[in-house]
Design a protein around this ligand. Structure first.
Ligand code: URA
Length: 224
């Protein structure tokens, strides 16, 4: 039987911007999500839980400043996160399931949306919805569970760029990536840090990640 994922130590040299968050809890939950027998309800819950756990690591490097306050006993300078509230930006529609976990972790995060569909003739992503918070001084976490061809992810970063968000303000978070998608994305946006739970074997001829978990949007929303 083949294992699901690529050994991430081999990937470090190829993709210096890649962070594989292979915490045992994340991997265990992801394995349940891969199971075709897992219900929509459980799939949705696991995606939210994994996003929350990944969010904990992704936000580790947020800058800290100090604010003064009075405890019941004395005045102290306490650490708080510096700057504007983080923006979570799901790529519609499957990104919504991961955004839920992040906003549970950061209830005051701003939420943007980027809606893309693939034009059947040109095969290029087309925007149908873009709503974003103000860019200045803010970290943006762009989320989409499957980094497959990389085309939507590249396009979504370009949308953020157009709205004044620089690559070094953006972190991209996915559940599973294909090496092909990582190649495309890293070449286009080497400054964007990419966080994934697993890197799978390859893309197939229908642009599905193998072994993957199928269509993330359909499994999340119970559609076909
Ligand atoms: N999108 C999905 O939902 N699944 C894949 O395997 C690839 C792209």
């Amino acid at each position: 039987m083949t294992k699901t994922t690529t050994d991430h130590r081999d990937l470090a040299a190829r993709f210096p911007n890649l962070h594989v968050l292979d915490h045992p809890l994340i991997l265990h939950k992801l394995s349940h999500m891969r199971n075709q027998a897992t219900s929509t309800k459980t799939f949705r819950q696991l995606l939210r839980e994994i996003a929350l756990l990944m969010g904990y690591e992704i936000t580790r490097s947020l800058p800290i400043t100090h604010e003064e306050l009075e405890t019941p006993l004395e005045r102290v300078a306490v650490p708080v996160i510096e700057g504007k509230k983080v923006a979570v930006v799901p790529i519609l529609r499957a990104g919504l399931g991961m955004a839920d976990g992040l906003t549970e972790l950061m209830p005051s995060a701003r939420i943007g949306h980027v809606g893309l569909y693939r034009d059947e003739e040109t095969k290029e992503p087309v925007e149908y919805l873009v709503k974003l918070p103000k860019a200045e001084g803010r970290t943006f976490i762009l989320v989409d569970p499957m980094l497959a061809t990389g085309n939507s992810a590249v396009h979504a970063v370009e949308v953020l760029n157009r709205y004044g968000v620089a690559d070094d303000q953006i972190r991209f978070m996915a559940l599973i990536a294909a090496p092909e998608g990582l190649e495309v994305f890293t070449r286009a946006h080497p400054q964007v840090k990419v966080y994934v739970a697993a890197v799978d074997r390859c893309l197939d001829e229908n642009a599905y990640i193998r072994p993957g978990l199928g269509d993330a949007g359909d499994r999340l929303f119970g559609t076909r």
